[in-house]
Design a protein around this ligand. Structure first.
Ligand SMILES: Nc1ncnc2c1ncn2[C@@H]1O[C@H](COP(=O)(O)OP(=O)(O)OP(=O)(O)O)[C@@H](O)[C@H]1O
Length: 507
């Protein structure tokens, strides 16, 4: 039997050599400070087991002896500080050149900031040997991670947050994802934040940041994650920068409230992962990206900007913020994979599929009988995942809005001479009975209830309401004024409000 636990026709499967025709098992020794990189093709899965030593995936440690399964075109790396032996069902390549030392140094600097901030909160005396400790108001790290497309921003953010939670200090840093093109914990189109208490696992791009409570059964390890999300509704930040700006500020206000109530969470700091559009100065992005970077700097009270492998952006940030914020340039990993737009499209589909149904990755052939972990969870738990319910509701049950100009009636529909100006921020009601409403197969975000106190209501209130879930309209019956909606779990939609964006999903 191999260390992966595989047996073939009663014959031993020698370690380090190919197994039977059913499964290829290889064992690899990883030298200290090297990483094993893999990229999966569609439909393929990979199993990895840590035989001995220490290993981690983007900062989340592997438990010795457990089998981890990866799929859905996952691209990742198993890194080892001390060296290890791993066993896997296929091989890619091992790299000795990684930027992990640079990332670890950043982590140590952030950790010192946390420790100093906590010391003040606890009223402990500063340590004599630490000059920076003399600062009477040390601030915890609030980090904005910037970089161009495929520079590894999400990966660096994950590594830093995972290292923080692994320090044994009970840190619960906040991870904020302001890239609406990436699903984060839910579906693409949101920006969100969560306080992290256990390492974020990597197993498939359908759940880049691990599972969240909103889309998972109650007993999952990572279930404490209760992300706060706002619905932007599009993948591209340039589509409605004003709305992005407002949502970023909403997220920031919520986090500040949390920090006011929880000083230890405040001391653990924050890491903000950003979209690549914040870094690209060419094209139509240029105009709004500075405004959005500034929105993040203000909203999250950023005091460290990490620029991943981009000299020009580094200089730009030094000029704009160097007098009050530490700007640190860090190298890009050679392992980061260039993701093209069709891959990103597929990943968005996986994410929606994952949100609705959960997804158990089929293990490589020959492994199906063994218990294995997917994203740190037992797959036997994951199979209990969501059973979405399809329900038929009246048009009048759900009030649906779309934000901004794209809902403008064509000019030909307006009285002669009339010019309609609709602000980018204006919520406009969408009538499902109108042909061309754009609701068929559309993804909608269901909003939290508005303020119960009518006197506190205001016109654009729905822009400031957080998201409680998502649904997809799968059929519209205009003559009978009914529609079919698919959503995870049961629940009534009567009297609820939802916003539609530009995402569609079809099974
Ligand atoms: N060292 C590595 N080895 C193998 N794959 C890696 C490595 N680092 C990152 N990746 C993979 O490369 C891909 C791109 O990385 P990541 O998402 O971190 O980049 P990004 O800059 O955040 O992307 P975006 O352009 O979407 O903003 C991901 O699939 C990630 O898992």
């Amino acid at each position: 039997m191999s260390a992966l636990g595989l047996e073939h026709e009663g014959k031993p499967n020698p370690l380090g050599s190919e197994g039977s025709s059913a499964v290829h098992v290889r064992q690899w020794q990883l030298e200290p400070e090297t990483e094993y990189r893999f990229e999966l093709d569609p439909g393929n899965s990979l199993a990895i087991k840590l035989v001995d030593g220490q290993a981690e995936i983007f900062g989340a440690e592997l438990a010795e002896g457990s089998i981890y399964v990866f799929g859905m075109e996952c691209k990742a790396a198993v890194y080892t500080w001390q060296g290890c032996t791993i066993e896997m069902t296929s091989t890619e390549y091992i790299s000795e050149e990684t930027p992990m030392n640079a990332y670890a140094n950043v982590h140590l600097a952030l950790e010192q900031m946390r420790v100093r901030a906590l010391r003040v909160i606890h009223g402990s005396p500063p340590s004599d040997d630490d000059e920076a400790d003399m600062d009477p108001n040390p601030e915890p790290p609030r980090v904005l991670v910037l970089g161009p497309e495929n520079s590894g921003k999400t990966t660096v953010s994950k590594i830093l947050v995972n290292y923080a939670v692994r320090m044994g200090q009970d840190w619960n840093p906040i991870f904020a994802n302001v890239d609406p093109g990436e699903g984060g914990w839910a579906v693409p189109g949101v920006i969100s934040a969560a306080s992290i208490t256990a390492p974020l696992q990597t197993s498939s791009p359908a759940a880049t940041l691990g599972s969240a409570a909103t889309s998972a059964p109650v007993h999952l390890v990572s279930n404490e994650l209760l992300p706060l999300s706002y619905w932007y509704g599009h993948a591209e930040t340039r589509r409605n920068p004003l709305l992005m700006d407002r949502l970023i500020r909403n997220l920031g206000e919520n986090i500040a409230e949390r920090w006011d109530a929880d000083a230890e969470c405040r001391a653990a700091g924050l890491i903000v992962d950003t979209p690549a559009s914040f870094a690209s100065s060419s094209g139509p992005q240029g105009d709004h990206r500075h405004a959005l970077i500034k929105a993040c700097v203000d909203a999250f009270r950023i005091n460290v900007i990490l620029v991943v492998g981009h000299e020009k952006l580094n200089v730009e940030m030094q000029r704009a913020y160097g007098n009050r914020i530490s700007i640190v340039k860090i190298p890009k990993s050679g392992g980061v994979v260039e993701l093209d737009s069709s891959y990103r499209e597929r990943v968005r589909k996986y994410q929606l599929q994952n949100y609705m149904y959960g997804k158990v990755i089929p293990p490589p052939p020959g492994l199906s009988a063994l218990p294995y972990l997917q994203g740190g969870e037992q797959t036997s738990d994951l199979t209990l995942n969501l059973a979405p319910s399809s329900s038929v509701i009246m048009f009048s049950d759900l009030v649906i809005y779309r934000i901004g100009e794209e809902t403008m009636a064509p000019t030909s529909a307006l009285p002669i001479g009339a010019a309609r100006v609709v602000s980018e921020m204006q919520p406009l009601i969408v009538d499902p009975a109108q042909p061309g409403s754009g609701l068929y197969n559309a993804v909608l975000a269901l909003l939290s209830p508005p303020n119960p106190d009518e006197s506190e209501r205001y016109d654009e209130e729905i822009l400031d309401l957080s998201v409680v879930g998502f649904l997809v309209i799968t059929a519209l019956d205009i003559p009978n004024k009914r529609m079919t909606v698919l959503a995870p779990g049961q629940g009534s939609f009567a009297g609820r409000t939802a916003i539609v964006g530009s995402f569609e999903w079809q099974e």
